[in-house]
Design a protein around this ligand. Structure first.
Ligand SMILES: Cc1ncc(COP(=O)(O)O)c(C=O)c1O
Length: 345
């Protein structure tokens, strides 16, 4: 847990980041991947050295965690990714020894969509009578183990590291596991902790939290683009409800929508002012935290998740962020002329 001094000073609140990017596999997904593997082992579905394969469909981070852990624990990771996933993520997966299957971007109802491709691969290996090797589908979006591991580990760590004293917790949602598990744990400790979902442009989750409807204007007839969620940000934002998100939804109090432009500028701001080199979803969280701080009581304590490093995003997100002036101000990040505190209470 580190204090983001620049944002804290400029907003009058204390803003902290839980640096999940410091995990061995570089993101919060190490926790989820290990918990899923351990559950399959307990059920006898994964046995080291038998040739067993873990299949997962992922835009990156979870695949990297599975690749790292499978190598260490005697399995193979078979990772299905969209063909437009950033080049360095694919290279990293292959370097860790994962089998990478690239599939074209498609809707979740399409059998060739990357999550469905992973499920089909696992089913095929599991039913293959010519080998004793088993295949399992990790299913991070729907797997109940995902939010629970954050309830059991990340939530308690944040609570302890903040000395049982925080006012806001802010995170984006991909599978929903991180926000659901942490939000439930924190609310169990102190119902007054406010949970804020940070959402990228093009995602329907902001409207789901604010108005109960999963919708974004890019879905209007004639305006819908090729990708389901139209943002440069990888890993968060969705236009469907997952089991893991549902498990924590009632704990989410508010949402902040963040544009790609704001996220890109914030990444540069954090790198220049803090030496914090973060990826897109962490940057979205930092923008949401700044906006929340400007509305909050002075001195409020705010925690965000630092999901992964900027090194994972060099070819897409940081290609844009590097073009931003290093002296970018917080006003310029937020797109306002002055930084004004407008506490709601
Ligand atoms: C970089 C990054 N940040 C945040 C998330 C969101 O975490 P969760 O899936 O627990 O909602 C992901 C998910 O893949 C991710 O890859």
């Amino acid at each position: 847990m580190v204090k983001i001094r620049s944002l804290s000073k400029l907003t009058g609140c204390e803003i902290y980041a839980k640096l999940e990017l410091s995990n061995p596999g570089g993101s919060a997904k190490d926790r989820t991947a290990l918990a899923i593997i351990r559950k399959f082992e307990k059920e006898g579905k994964l046995v080291p050295g038998r040739g067993d394969v873990v299949f997962e469909g992922t835009s990156g981070s979870t695949g990297i965690s599975f690749a790292m852990l499978c190598n260490a624990l005697g399995y193979t990771a078979h990772i299905c990714v969209q063909s437009d996933t950033s080049a360095e993520k694919i290279a990293l997966l292959e370097s860790y020894g994962a089998d990478v299957e690239k599939v074209k971007p498609a809707s979740i109802v399409d059998p060739e969509q990357y999550v469905n491709a992973a499920r089909a691969g696992a089913e095929q290996l599991a039913s293959d009578k010519t080998t004793e090797a088993n295949g399992v589908f990790a299913d991070q979006f729907e797997n109940d183990v995902n939010w629970r591991i954050h309830y059991e580990t990340t939530g308690p760590e944040i609570w302890e590291q903040m000395n049982h004293d925080l006012d806001y917790f802010i995170s984006g949602s991909g599978t929903g596991g991180t926000i659901a598990g942490i939000a439930r744990y924190l609310k169990d400790q102190d119902p007054n902790v406010t949970i804020v979902l940070a959402d990228p442009q093009g995602s329907g989750m902001f409207n789901r939290v604010k108005h109960g409807v999963m919708y974004d204007s890019v879905e209007k007839e004639g305006t819908r683009r090729r990708h389901q969620v139209d943002t440069i940000v990888e890993g968060i934002g969705l236009n469907r409800v997952t089991h893991n998100f549902l498990e924590g939804e009632e704990c989410i109090d508010d949402s902040e929508r963040v544009t790609d432009e704001q996220a890109i500028k914030m990444a540069r701001f954090l790198s220049s002012n803090e030496g914090l080199f973060v990826g897109a979803s962490s940057s979205i969280n930092a923008v949401a935290a700044t906006r929340t701080a400007l509305k909050a009581k002075k001195g409020s304590k705010i925690v965000i998740i630092g999901c992964d490093s900027g090194a994972r995003h060099l070819s897409k997100f940081w290609k844009e962020a590097v073009k931003v002036d290093r002296r970018v101000t917080l006003e310029e990040v937020l797109g306002t002329s002055v930084l004004q505190r407008k506490p709601v209470n």
